[in-house]
Design a protein around this ligand. Structure first.
Ligand code: SF4
Length: 357
């Protein structure tokens, strides 16, 4: 029998309202929420994907992307099915729009995932591919199992979540990469079926009220969110509201899902946008999904040395000590640094997670 979900209440008209994300779906018996995976069965809301995971892979942490968390280390990544956003340009649409939970996933208890991460020499586990907000209870339980074994946890999310579950979710995480998909309400409404303001609230919450390390990703889509003016406003907001040390990743779009009529992001757009974002006050701006040595380089904010140079996901220079201090000037780089860099390498490795529990 499916587990009962948390975060819902009964309305006067007999429907059940989900209080997990700002969509606040109101469900009659037999209906599913917009995310597809939280559903009403009789008098309760249930979790249809608890303990069902898909896409297990060992990735370099740089692929999440996180550039200031245990550089070069391996992360065990997985997702489930469904999503609470409906991005027309989704780059993981096979999973996020999947309606075949059983065929696209395998059973994996929280302890099994944590054990597998340890056995595969992964420093962390990432909840990714689809939005972990919608599998909140599973993610929180996997995170607890990881922490018992000294393994860190990483959320890759759009940040579209209500305040109460948000508190518990981020209390379970060590690092997050949150999408800021654009800086206009219109983009979120038309192209994602969501709203901008709750995402900005989540970003403020994570930086100002938690110890979670945050990096932000914006997928630049030609003609939709890549103007200099919008990039400057987005980066300026991050610098002012969150702080100039929050890293921003500007990544290249590839035609996918329901947006196949837009060309890929040219590398020149990414480089130009990076200059604009740096000029708007951010200290760490990276390009992604493109070959760009400058855009993959971390520069020391103290002396300007290139302290981490990445070629793709491979570290080709590492000029920090074991606690993350620049070896030239001694300034500590913001982020999570521990010991020597890892050597996860360029490629993702699909893996099986064995059921033990
Ligand atoms: S989590 Fe799912 S069911 Fe709940 S409000 Fe969001 S989309 Fe609706």
């Amino acid at each position: 029998m499916a587990l009962t979900a948390r975060f819902w209440h009964r309305l006067d008209d007999g429907r059940l309202q989900c209080d997990l994300c700002p969509h606040h779906c109101r469900l009659s018996d037999g209906q599913r929420g917009r995310c597809f995976v939280r559903a009403r069965h009789g008098d309760r809301l249930v979790l249809t994907t608890y303990g069902r995971a898909s896409g297990f892979c060992v990735d370099p942490i740089e692929k999440k992307p996180l550039h200031h968390v245990l550089p070069g280390s391996s992360v065990l990544s997985f997702g489930t099915a469904g999503c609470n956003l409906a991005c027309r340009f989704c780059q993981n649409w096979e999973l996020s729009t999947s309606r075949q939970i059983d065929t696209h996933s395998e059973a994996a208890a929280p302890a099994d995932i944590a054990e597998a991460a340890g056995a595969l020499d992964c420093a962390s586990v990432a909840f990714t591919y689809n939005d972990p907000v919608i599998f909140h209870e599973y993610a929180v339980d996997v995170a607890a199992a990881c922490r018992e074994r000294g393994i860190r946890t990483v959320a890759v999310t759009a940040g579209f979540v209500d305040p109460e579950p948000r508190r518990e979710f981020y209390a379970s995480m060590d690092a997050a990469n949150i999408d800021l998909k654009a800086f206009t309400p219109d983009f979120y409404r038309r192209l994602c079926g969501a709203r901008l303001e709750p995402v900005l609230d989540t970003l403020r919450y994570v930086v100002h009220e938690t110890d979670v390390w945050l990096e932000i990703t914006t997928l630049l889509i030609p003609g939709h969110n890549d103007s200099d003016a919008e990039v400057a406003r987005l980066a300026g907001w991050i610098a002012t509201e969150l702080g100039p040390e929050v890293p921003l990743h500007l990544t290249a779009f590839h035609p996918a899902h329901r947006m196949t009529d837009v060309p890929p992001t040219p590398p020149t757009t990414l480089r130009r946008a990076r200059r604009v974002a740096l000029g708007s006050g951010l200290r760490f701006v990276y390009t992604g999904n493109v070959h760009d040595l400058d855009g993959g380089t971390t520069t020391c904010p103290g002396c300007g040395s290139a302290v981490i140079v990445r070629d793709g996901y491979t570290l080709v220079r590492y000029h920090l000590d074991e606690a993350g201090h620049c070896r030239t000037c001694g300034i500590r780089l913001p982020g999570t640094f521990e010991g020597p860099p890892g050597a996860s390498g360029e490629h993702r490795r699909p893996v099986m997670v064995r059921m033990r529990s």
